[in-house]
Design a protein around this ligand. Structure first.
Ligand SMILES: [Zn+2]
Length: 80
């Protein structure tokens, strides 16, 4: 398996850390006998892969801020 950075297109060698933003469809469960919560992932897609050098230029807080700026209400989507 080869990984390349979506920004600089550099190869990401095995053993090197990288940043991956995924889109998961998931649901929560609770085992009532043990009162243990779990999350089941139904589907997972990588939407952005960045090498360590590119990924570390953006903090987690900056990524969250960008994602939260995406309109998610029907009216907001229609207006954009
Ligand atoms: Zn890169």
């Amino acid at each position: 398996m080869n990984r390349t950075c979506d920004k600089c297109r550099a190869n990401i060698p095995h053993g090197n850390p990288y940043i991956c933003v995924t889109h998961n469809i998931e649901y929560m469960n609770r085992d009532m006998t043990t009162m243990t919560d779990s999350i089941n992932i139904v589907d997972s897609d990588e939407i952005l892969v960045l090498c360590g050098q590119c990924g570390n230029r953006m903090t987690k807080a900056a990524m969250k801020q960008l994602l939260r700026a995406i309109p998610i209400t029907h009216e907001a989507i229609r207006n954009n």
